[in-house]
Design a protein around this ligand. Structure first.
Ligand code: ATP
Ligand code: MG
Length: 386
């Protein structure tokens, strides 16, 4: 029988809260496997045993589990009864696909069941010999083997596997509260979602669109991004707000050099109105310090001044190249690379102020009743769950 064994990452260290973390993790694992068939999930010693119930695609399940935050490693394993000759004979057969193309290997054994008659070094030696008998082309290399074969002798059974995949790490989504992501169609905000979810934050997204300046395709792009992010985020709700009137008013009533920072402030204000009475404890943006003129310390101070909740910027210290690499890893790169404009590019000033002042921004905003426009805009929100 083949099962999947997934070991906790950091949550194994969480002391008293461990139980809550475990429960959230199991819930997230179940959600992530939805649609792939039935699984029996049990847990013991900081490990989840995920047993397919019948005809399920274990490779697809492994693929999903690699995106579940809180898991440190994920591995398919063969389960054997704890009889040594069964383990060595059937075990050697099970390892065929992994060992046939390899040149070197080593055995790593762990003996959690202290009543098992062989001691760890004997297990390693004897299984090593059995493998060498079955695959005479191999040699042992304990330092840098092509394949490491893991054997764990546990309470109920022996678990054997030739490949231990690194999991997503982090802590389970939902164990650090919830936040609302300002999601554009660019590379940065999806990467910001990943980084924050990795630290246990449950995320929903808010997108501002400005038709007819922004197209339906720009909106579909944001939907596709949510579709990509949902595995890591264990589901995501997308709120969409029409910002056309707000952007037009900025264009008509604000000096061009302040338009970027005022747009940011109004987005943050709108986001604050939307989260009122909801469970979100913070906002998230994809800003990174110094990346563009609007992402300076002074611009950040101007936008944060209108927020009642913290604005998290998990990409603050990342280079564009690092963000792009992350976007590729999480599968959002190809979608973000599509050319359709988002609302920020529509009215971009030629020379945005790099050191905007809060008092100046406040004075400019008094020229027009923006609050009324924001109220109107946020009364009409469209919602879609992914
Ligand atoms: P991104 O790659 O995420 O678009 P960017 O480098 O283009 O970021 P800006 O356009 O200055 O930077 O946007 C900064 C942040 O503001 C974005 O990361 C996002 O969090 C938010 N944002 C920008 N445009 C929108 C939008 N149309 N809807 C919601 N949030 C937005
Ligand atoms: Mg952008």
């Amino acid at each position: 029988m083949e099962i999947i064994m997934a070991k906790y990452g950091e949550i194994a260290l969480k002391g008293q809260n461990k139980r809550t973390f475990e429960e959230i993790l199991v819930k997230n694992v179940k959600k992530s496997l939805a649609g792939l068939g039935d699984f029996k999930i049990t847990r013991s010693q900081s490990t989840l045993y995920i047993e397919p119930d019948g005809n399920t695609d274990t490779d697809a399940a492994v693929g999903r589990l690699l995106k579940v935050f809180g898991l440190g490693t994920v591995q398919k394993c063969a389960v054997f009864p704890k009889y040594w000759d069964v383990i060595t004979t059937d075990g050697a057969d099970y390892l065929y696909d992994a060992l046939k193309p390899a040149k070197t290997f080593k055995i790593e054994a762990k003996r959690a069941d202290k009543t098992f008659p062989l001691k760890t070094p004997d297990i390693q030696r004897e299984l090593g010999e059995a493998v060498l008998d079955a695959y005479p082309h191999l040699t042992v290399d304990v330092h840098c083997p092509d394949v490491t074969v893991w054997l764990e002798i546990r309470e109920n059974a022996a678990y054997l596997n030739p490949e231990r995949l690194p999991g997503a790490g982090g802590i389970p989504v939902g164990s650090s509260g919830a936040a609302l992501l300002l999601l554009s169609g660019g590379f940065d905000s999806p990467a910001a979602a990943y980084m924050t979810a990795k630290r246990g934050v449950r995320i929903d997204a808010l997108h501002f669109q400005s038709p007819p300046y922004t197209s339906e395709r720009a909106f579909l792009k944001v939907n596709d991004l949510c579709g990509k992010l949902r595995d890591y985020l264990v589901g995501i709700r997308l709120y969409t707000v029409n910002f056309t009137a707000v952007q037009e008013a900025i264009r008509d009533y604000c000096p061009e050099e302040y338009s970027t920072v005022i747009l940011r402030r109004l987005m943050i204000k709108a986001a604050n109105m939307i989260i009122k009475g909801k469970r979100y404890g913070a906002l998230i943006t994809g800003e990174s310090l110094g990346q563009v003129a609007s992402q300076t310390m002074q611009a950040i101070a101007c936008t944060d001044a209108v927020s009642d909740v913290p604005v998290l910027r998990p990409l603050i210290g990342m280079d564009k190249a690092e963000i792009i690499a992350l976007a590729r890893k999480i599968g959002t790169y190809d979608i973000s690379a599509l050319p359709y404009e988002d609302c920020c590019t529509v009215f971009t000033p030629k020379h945005p102020k790099t050191k905007p002042r809060i008092d100046e921004a406040e004075k400019i905003e008094e020229r027009f009743n923006f609050d009324e426009l924001l109220e109107k805009a946020t009364e009409n929100i469209s919602v879609r769950d992914f």
